[in-house]
Each structure stands twice: as C-alpha cells, then as structure tokens.
Design a protein around this ligand. Structure first.
Ligand code: 5AD
Ligand code: SF4
Length: 468
C-alpha cells in the first residue's frame, strides 16, 4: 500500500464548518488521507471558508497567497501539494477564486463535499476542478461516516448536523445564498449517527443547523417531526447524557421545544437565540419577521418552562439607518433579558444581499462606539453570570485533561469551562461540582459526592453504556 497522504483543513466561521471539516476528513480517509495539524507537511490543504462577515474573501485570498509560496517551495523539492477551497466563500465566489488564484486545484461548495475524491481525481487529470452545485440528492447519504477510532479521538462532545440552509432571507445575511434552501435530515439518519457516536464514547450532542429549530425531518412513523420531538428521541439513546442545539430563530420557536426544556433533563438549559436588534423598525428592515416584544414573550415562555434557563444571542450594530434611538432599544432589551453571553458584530454589507443596497450607512466611528457600549454591557452581564455560579453546585461533563497538570476540564450546563483537580478517569462523566471561584471565563471547583465507578470486573449484569 502507498504511504498515507497528509490532509490539513483550516476552518473558519461557524460550528457547521467544524462539523463539515470532520466529514471531509472522514470522506477522504478511505482515499488514504490522514489528518495533519500543520499545513507545512500536508499533501492536500483545504481552506474551509466563511462568508458571513467583512473581509472574509480577502482573508481567503491572502491565505492563498501564503499557500502559493508554500506550494511552489514544495514543488521545487519534488513534493506535489494540492490546494482546495471549500465553504461559503467557495460557494459564493468559486469562479472568481479560480480566476484570481491559479494555485487553487479544487473549489468545492458545501453541498458537494461527498464529491471530493472525484474532484481531486479530476484535478489530477485535467489540472483543476470546481463543484458549487446545489444537488437535489441528500449529501448526507453520500458523505462517509467517521471510523470508530476517529470518533474516539474527537472526544466526548460532538456536533451533528440535523438541518442545513435557510429560507428566512434576513436582509443582511448570505446564508440563504451560500447554504441554499432549508432542508432537514430524516430522524433515523440522525439517530443512527448519534448511536454510533454514543457507542464510541460521545456523551454530548449539539444538534446544529443554520436555522435548527425550523427542523422538520421525516420521522420513523412517516410524519414530520419537530426539533422537540427529535430531542426526546435522541435523549433515549443509551450513553447520551446531554443535548444542545444551535442556532435558533425566534420565529420558529414552538411549544414542543420549549416543553422539552421542562421535560427532558438531558436538554441543557442554555439557548442561543439571536435577536440581532431591540428596535422594531430595524427588525422590520432586517426582515426578521418578529418584533422585540415577540422575542420577550418567547424568553418568558422558556423561563416559565425551565426557571434555571440562560440565554445567549447575536447582535448587529450599525445596520443601515440605525439611529441612536434604535440602538438604545437594543441596549434596553439586553438590560431586560440579562444574557449569560452574547456575540455582537458591526454590520458588514454582503454582496448580493438586499441590505447592501439600502444606503443610509452608519458611519464607522459611530458603529465602533456602539459596538463598544454593547460589548461592555454584555461583558458585565457575563461576568455577573459567572460570578453567580460561585457557591453553587453544578453538573459538569468532563471533557479532557487541562493544560495545567493534574487538572481536568469540563463544561457546565451553560458551556462555561470548569476545572477540577482529578484523575483523567472522570473524562466522559457528568459529576456534581461545588464551584469555588472564577477567573474571567473559567470556573474552578471541587467534585462533590463522587460515587466511585463500578469495579471493572466481568459481571453477569450488563452495565448501561452511559459514562455518568
Ligand atoms: N454583518 C454583520 N453581522 C452579520 N451576521 C450575519 N450577517 C451579518 C452581516 N452582514 C451575524 C448575525 C448572525 C451571526 C451568525 O452573524 O448576528 O446571527
Ligand atoms: Fe441568516 Fe439566520 Fe437570517 Fe437565516 S435566519 S437569513 S441564517 S441570520
């Protein structure tokens, strides 16, 4: 057998790109590719790009400039390096990439990753290959599943894509153009993937999708299932102790999902629910299809169903036409809701989106100043949320040894990293921890009432596959 070829993937952007990168690794593994952490010794480098905000494509072109030098140096030493561009910039600007960057061998859009082996062959044969189709077939049927060893190497927490694409067409957003129309995977495909993951040590699943709570996949009964119903089904899979989902749209929030937070202990009480702005005028211009009060009511319904629930959000400041009054409404909303964390961004016009032609741009200095004020408020809420954990006992799913010797790091239900001094045997277990102190974003604590794991002797009684 020939020596394995080395593959390096550099991913930008969202969780779905992280998941897609793993599926590209899995799809190329049967072709003899093994992953390497550095681009320098790779035979194939894939840039898995993001197009959501400013300068994304410029970043790709400057990275391609560096890779070109590396490729030419390698060629002089007789080493043939291939370069591929994947992700949303590939989808949006594939032809432009081919034109401007002759160093690129393959351009592949997010719906075509299962074609990577053929595209590499085509590039070897014909020089270059491009595939940015939106095929009608379900790409998930064609992507290769990870090996058991790959799953175990990736740790106890895993993303699983349940839905892709978006039909909302917020006026600022490229996703409906780069990821295409909204589509949901059938329940049984997802359950099968989750069972494989659980059998190989995964304990926490984050269900991902651009608009994940619009999920409407076909159930085993032939009917359309909601995300809430899917969550119940997946929580019953032995070994799965935690479920999360991201990213939701307020308009698609339904009772089944909210009630699942009341009824399903595995569903973590932490919801990322972007609102983008607190001003109804701006929400309308963004085509968000909800008002600030609708959002407040949804948050109240969640809090009724699950009193210890916490929220994060995304915000855009400086959307075209945003006045100081509009921005004040955003600050007021943040003040009312009280977030555990949140992301905020300066508005960036995306080519081809309606907002890019709206005019009435907010001056950059005003945007900077608003962003700083919003981030200051969010940071203070996050610090207060973390500080309030001290003195409480929280369940932590332990993920891996930390950098500091002797420490193991895990996550609270609210995704805060938490460190304890303990043996690495606790990785994969959920244990109660008394939180003793916090340092910026990390918590530190002591495991309480840890029941020792059952002795590892052969017994007649099968043990459940859970790690906790
Ligand atoms: N400008 C700034 N932020 C954007 N986002 C999406 N498109 C843009 C844009 N054009 C932000 C939104 C979204 C998050 C993923 O990125 O807040 O929720
Ligand atoms: Fe983009 Fe989210 Fe709006 Fe869809 S719902 S268009 S992904 S911001």
């Amino acid at each position: 057998m020939s020596a394995p070829r080395k593959l390096h993937i550099k991913s930008y952007g969202c969780q779905m790109n992280v998941y897609d990168a793993q599926r590209m690794v899995d799809t190329l593994a049967p072709e003899g590719f093994v992953e390497t952490a550095s681009a320098d010794d790779a035979d194939l480098v894939i840039l898995n790009t993001c197009h959501i905000r400013e300068k994304a494509s410029e970043k790709v072109f400057s990275e391609l400039g560096r890779l070109r030098v590396m490729k030419e140096d390698a060629a002089r030493e007789g080493h043939d390096v291939r370069i591929a561009v994947a992700g949303c910039v590939a989808q949006a600007e594939g032809a432009e990439i081919m034109r401007r960057a002759p160093t690129v061998d393959v351009v592949v859009g997010p719906q075509s990753y299962h074609n990577l082996p053929q595209l590499l062959e085509q590039a070897a044969r014909e020089g270059r290959a491009l595939d940015t189709e939106f095929p009608v077939e379900d790409k998930f049927k064609f992507l290769k599943a990870p090996s058991n060893r790959a799953i175990r190497a990736r740790g106890v927490s895993s993303f699983v894509t349940v839905q892709e694409g978006c039909d909302k067409f917020c006026t600022f957003c490229v996703v409906p153009y780069t990821r295409g129309a909204e589509a949901s995977r059938p329940v049984e495909h997802i359950a099968e993937e989750v069972r494989r993951l659980a059998d190989n040590g995964v304990r926490e699943i984050t269900l991902i999708g651009q608009n994940v709570n619009a999920y409407h996949g076909e159930g085993p009964d032939g009917r359309v299932w909601s995300l809430g119903r899917l969550a119940h089904h997946l929580a019953a899979i032995p070994g799965i102790v935690r479920l999360r989902y991201s990213t939701s749209h307020p308009r698609d929030m339904d009772d089944s999902l909210i009630e699942a937070h009341r009824d399903l202990p595995a569903l973590m009480p932490f919801v990322h629910l972007p609102v983008q702005s607190g001003s109804d005028r701006i929400l309308a211009a963004m085509n968000r299809r909800h008002r600030a009060d609708d959002y407040r009511r949804i948050i109240a319904r969640f809090r009724d169903a699950c009193p210890d629930i916490a929220f994060s959000s995304d915000f855009i400041v400086g959307f075209p036409g945003e006045t100081e009054t509009d921005f004040a409404a955003t600050l007021a909303l943040v003040g009312e809701i009280g977030y555990a964390s949140a992301y905020s961004f300066k508005y960036s016009p995306r080519p081809g989106t309606p907002a890019a032609d709206m005019g009435d741009a907010v001056p950059p200095a005003v945007m900077d100043e608003r962003l700083a004020r919003l981030q200051h408020l969010i940071d203070s809420q996050q610090a207060a949320f973390n500080a309030a954990m001290v003195g409480r006992t929280v369940d932590v799913l332990f993920e891996r040894p930390a950098r500091n010797p002797g420490q193991i790091v895990g996550r609270t239900p609210y995704l805060q990293p938490l460190h304890v001094m303990a043996s690495p045997d606790i990785v994969g277990q959920v244990l109660p921890v008394a939180v003793m102190r916090h340092e910026s974003y990390s918590l530190f604590g002591d495991i309480v009432a840890a029941t020792p794991p059952p002795a590892r002797v052969a017994t007649a009684q099968p043990q459940p596959a859970t790690g906790a």
